[in-house]
Design a protein around this ligand. Structure first.
Ligand SMILES: [Fe+2]
Ligand SMILES: [Fe+2]
Length: 137
């Protein structure tokens, strides 16, 4: 059975979310020093948000008749806090764009609750991006 483009895109974003909460968990564990405590706290807090995003996507894939397929990216984390924030600001921006595209796809398919939640998750990622930009300075 071929998967619909919507299920394929939801699964791609699920893998981005799982990769993100694993990366934020690893980065929070790696960050040391009192001067970096705000960045460490931010990453710990965002793990919870990203797990929630992943859980919603997995449930929707199943609801639409698919099966969540996990292949997280476990690439090494950046060596410095500044490099972590720079990479993650870009990643959060890509997630905003992905969720806007998913919202359009969901609306076209008549899935209005999914459309609205994709917009909500786009707003969450935009908030994360702004918080990281503020912390990077
Ligand atoms: Fe997320
Ligand atoms: Fe995020």
């Amino acid at each position: 059975m071929t998967k619909s483009p919507l299920i394929t895109k939801l699964n791609d974003q699920l893998n981005r979310e799982v990769s993100t909460f694993l990366r934020y968990m690893r980065q929070a564990a790696a960050i040391k020093g009192a001067s970096n405590e705000n960045v460490r706290s931010m990453y710990l807090a965002e793990v919870t948000d990203e797990v929630g995003h992943a859980q919603y996507l997995a449930n929707q894939i199943a609801h639409l008749g698919g099966t969540p397929e996990l292949a997280p990216d476990l690439s090494p984390i950046p060596a410095t806090v500044d490099a972590m924030l720079t990479a993650d600001i870009a990643a959060e921006g890509a997630d905003v764009a992905n969720y806007i595209e998913l919202a359009h796809m969901a609306e076209s398919a008549g899935h209005f609750a999914l459309k609205q939640t994709m917009e909500d998750q786009a707003a969450d990622e935009d908030h994360h991006r702004q918080e990281m930009a503020r912390l990077r300075g």
